[in-house]
Design a binder for this molecule. Structure first.
Ligand SMILES: Cc1cc2nc3c(=O)[nH]c(=O)nc-3n(C[C@H](O)[C@H](O)[C@H](O)COP(=O)(O)O)c2cc1C
Ligand code: SF4
Length: 369
């Protein structure tokens, strides 16, 4: 049987076409080598996602500079020598119709000195309680240098044949900490007004588009809310989204949360169908003001819910992370009518320093995680 659904219709992101409406949301796989280089395990993981018919695969966050490493076994894009390894991933994916974007990131203050090798950087010295870090307020030179790191990393992504890049402007990492009024207390041109807080992101977008070409797709994963009383809220995020679109952003994935808010982006626990898509309300509010594609995200598990989100015009693509850890062939199974819901329980037992894997599935099969 072949399922006929709007979810299997193609959509354009900038200059490229995505074969269906499914995106694998960025997922740090903890599978890179100790020095950040790509491993065979990663090539195989991405190969399976493409074989499983995910329309757009977004890699885990890759660091644009070692000072921005968030965790061990994270992939690097900080030097030209990374291009060869990264190309192995795109080669594996491009045997199939799937597209793949590289997520570019800098951890900012959400890391530890022993992981990033320095005092973590931030727009302002605001203590980070979950990492127990007092970050260093970045100098003008350090801000300029990080902008260049992102621009050069965008070029490396293109040279490694990625179909586009996603800027990580969510979850409290460096770019997210710049746009948040809670973590950015600067009084210079990089802080204060919304335009000033967003300046670093705008300069990165302009730089990538100038160096890698306007036709090279660039999307943004954006915090619509930090879930902190003095943090970013949806009203400001809508204004930010409009500016991002006017600067040439080709798509927007709407997320939320920060480590210290006690409410991150990966919410634990299964929800009833009517509550699937915990960031979709915000995505829908943002989509109403934009014409670029918007990604709906957050605990989406049921095919009927996905279809409804697209049909009702609340989002243009469906992003998922955890379901693909459990079922890399999920989309193929949806298309053939084999299943109607992911089996993922949203229990979060897949976070594993030795490499992501579904502990629940292993328990079910009677093997050790
Ligand atoms: C193991 C794991 C790693 C993740 N790594 C990233 C990441 O590198 N970048 C990012 O933007 N989000 C990351 N996320 C968040 C997901 O992209 C997604 O926003 C979140 O899990 C909600 O989607 P879901 O309910 O379908 O899992 C990660 C989530 C998980 C479970
Ligand atoms: S361990 Fe398995 S079931 Fe639990 S959230 Fe991760 S993928 Fe889903």
């Amino acid at each position: 049987m072949k399922v006929n659904s709007v979810l299997f219709s193609p959509i354009k992101i900038g200059t490229i076409e995505i074969p269906n409406r499914f995106a694998r949301a960025a997922t740090h796989d903890f599978m890179a080598a100790r020095d950040g280089s790509v491993t065979e395990r990663q090539v195989s993981l991405f190969n399976n996602l493409a074989k499983g018919e995910v329309g757009l695969i977004i890699t885990g966050h890759t660091y644009v500079n070692p000072a921005g490493i968030a965790s061990p076994y994270q992939t690097g894009v900080d030097d030209d020598h990374c291009i060869e390894g990264l190309s192995q991933i795109t080669n594996a994916v491009h045997q199939y119709p799937s597209r793949i974007f590289l997520q570019l990131s800098h951890a900012g203050r959400q890391t530890k000195p022993k992981i990033c090798g320095c005092t973590p950087l931030a727009p302002s010295s605001v203590y980070e309680p979950t990492f127990e870090v007092m970050p260093k307020e970045m100098s003008q030179e350090e801000i300029r240098s990080v902008i260049d790191d992102f621009i050069q990393s965008g070029r490396r992504a293109k040279e490694a044949s990625f179909d586009g890049v996603e800027l990580h402007v969510a979850h409290g990492y460096l770019l997210s900490s710049f746009i948040s009024p809670y973590t950015n207390r600067r009084k210079d041109e990089w802080g204060g007004t919304l335009a000033n807080r967003l300046r670093i992101v705008v300069e990165i977008i302009q730089g990538i588009k100038e160096l890698s070409g306007k036709e090279f797709p660039l999307i943004v994963k954006l915090n619509a809310s930090d879930f902190l009383p003095e943090g970013l809220s949806i009203d400001e995020s809508i204004e930010i989204a409009k500016i991002l679109e006017s600067e040439g952003t080709d798509g927007l994935e709407v997320s939320g949360g920060m480590s210290e808010a006690g409410k991150g982006s990966v919410w634990k626990g299964l929800r009833p169908e009517e509550e699937e898509g915990y960031f979709v309300d915000n995505a829908s509010k943002i989509k109403a003001e934009l014409s670029i594609p918007v990604f709906g995200l957050g605990g989406i598990r049921s095919f009927s819910v996905m279809e409804k989100i697209i049909e009702e015009g609340r989002a243009d693509l469906i992003s998922m992370s955890r379901p693909f850890i459990r079922e890399p062939f999920l989309i193929r199974k949806f298309r053939t009518g084999e299943i109607k819901k992911s089996e993922c329980l949203s229990c979060n037992k897949c976070f594993n320093l030795r490499g992501i894997s579904c502990a629940e599935l292993k328990k079910k099969k009677g093997t050790q995680p």
